[in-house]
Design a binder for this molecule. Structure first.
Ligand code: UDX
Length: 442
């Protein structure tokens, strides 16, 4: 099938490359000419596992092409996936829909009769209906559907090729049939498919993110109680998660969630529910957000206490800048927020990350960065483990003890081996775990 994918960020680039890989003819479109030139040259503009290879093969097969023109997009196909960003508004919690709207305005007048515009962006419920109303003026024969994506950064290609479910929010049987054809290989592989109305599909996405964010904040709230009670949240999470009704996933306690989705999506969801008069139903999301933000403050506080009450004149080595491992994305990164706060309070901070340093430098130019773990920790009075890259689990604590001034580490992600670090002479501290349960570490 011929299709366009409008917006070549994480979602759009991955979707376009995967669609080309399963045999479709795809035109990727973006207003960013530099990004389009990079893609057309067969290079992915972002770090995402397996994406480079798919872009190369798509471009060389001729099935994956790129353009900056919405008029060209409208002429290329009758099926258009809209994958542009929906960030938080600069002056409030609601979603900023200006990019979605500008695609509709730019594409609408050129659409061929019968075109199907399919939103993949995460949007407030009611957006598809609003767009359909606008297209009724711009392109009377066009139709709107919503087909949310659930990909995680770091495994976005895998998640697109092997989704756990497909959700088709459609207003007609024709749109349903078209989208089923798009995803035929996934359907054949047995992926469950849910056909809904567009509003329900929009809500499936935000409800899923809200639930996952709530699970993370729940376990982090338990971490606070554990700290107060002298209990161990990692043991608690394992035992609680063993109940199949609860499940072990997304119960990893630590510094909390960040990234381009969860924080802004729960705020936009609460704002939209309030507009609809259903704000009370999701008021708990404000608390989920507060718990999450508090983890960053608590981590900074804990670090300050570990340093005897002040950061002034202290050197802190920071492990991690990306909002999560496997990604170079630093949008709303808890790690960078902590590193910045620690520096603002007077510490000399050196940050290591295996992938995200360019992006980190662009948003936090005042921090010092290095691609070398020992260099980040050289002469440090404290090491902060803030993003759980596998590289950090592979550190030899004895060797790293040789470069720091004081072997003191705070594991804000609860994944390092406390016993091994303790045995190598480190004072090992972690969020939500008393020193007594850290396997003999002093
Ligand atoms: C998320 C959703 O998982 C995905 O379905 C949606 O399409 C977009 O948002 P993503 O932002 O890529 O994907 O990351 P995810 O792996 O879900 O992690 C989100 C944040 O939660 C990260 O900062 C991660 O470190 C944190 N997290 C995750 C925890 O703190 N604890 C956990 O148990 C799980």
């Amino acid at each position: 099938m011929r299709m366009t994918v409008i917006g070549t960020g994480y979602v759009g680039t991955v979707h376009a490359a995967c669609m080309a890989d399963i045999g479709h003819e795809v035109l990727g479109v973006d207003i960013d000419a530099e990004r389009i030139a990079t893609l057309a040259a067969g290079r992915a503009p972002l770090h995402e596992k397996d994406l480079d290879a798919l872009v190369v093969s798509g471009v060389s097969s001729g099935r994956l092409r790129f353009s900056t023109s919405l008029a060209e997009a409208a002429a290329f196909a009758d099926l258009h996936f809209v994958c542009v960003g929906t960030p938080q508004r600069p002056n409030g919690p609601a979603a900023d829909l200006r990019y979605v709207d500008s695609v509709v305005e730019g594409l609408g007048p050129h659409l061929r009769p019968g075109a199907l515009v399919v939103g993949k962006s995460t949007v407030p419920v009611g957006t598809a209906e609003r767009i359909a109303g606008r297209l009724a003026h711009l392109a009377p024969d066009a139709e709107v559907a919503w087909n949310p994506e659930f990909l995680r950064e770091g495994s976005a290609v895998h998640d697109t090729m092997h989704p756990e479910r497909l959700v088709l929010g459609v207003a007609s049987a024709r749109a349903d049939t078209l989208l089923r054809t798009v995803y035929e290989p996934m359907r054949r592989a047995g992926v469950p498919l849910f056909t809904t109305d567009p509003a329900t599909a929009e809500l499936v996405k935000v409800a899923s993110n809200a639930f996952l964010a709530t699970k993370i904040s729940f376990v982090n709230a338990m971490a606070e109680v554990c700290e107060a009670a002298g209990a161990d949240v990692t043991l608690l999470a394992r035992a609680v998660g063993a109940d199949s009704r609860i499940g072990p996933h997304f119960l990893d306690p630590g510094l909390g969630f960040g990234g381009s989705c969860f924080p802004k999506d729960i705020r936009a969801f609460a704002a939209r529910a309030e507009e609809l008069g259903a704000g009370e139903a999701v008021a708990f999301l404000h608390e989920v957000d507060r718990i999450n933000t508090r983890q960053r403050r608590r981590t900074v506080e804990r670090a300050r206490r570990l340093l005897g009450g002040t950061f002034a004149g202290r050197r802190v080595g920071v492990l991690g800048a990306a909002f999560k491992p496997g990604s170079d994305d630093v949008r709303d990164s808890p790690a960078l927020a902590v590193a910045t706060a620690v520096r603002a309070q007077g510490a000399a901070v050196r940050v290591h990350d295996p992938q995200a340093l360019d992006n980190a430098r662009a948003v936090c130019p005042d921090l010092t960065y290095t691609l070398d773990i020992p260099k980040a920790c050289e002469d440090a009075d404290l090491v902060l483990h803030l993003t759980q890259w596998p590289e950090y689990r592979a550190i030899d604590p004895a060797a790293l003890a040789g470069v720091v001034r004081t072997p003191l580490i705070l594991d804000a992600r609860n994944v390092l081996d406390a016993r091994a670090w303790g045995a190598a002479g480190w004072a090992f501290r972690a969020l939500g775990r008393p020193v007594s349960t850290l396997g003999g570490a002093s």
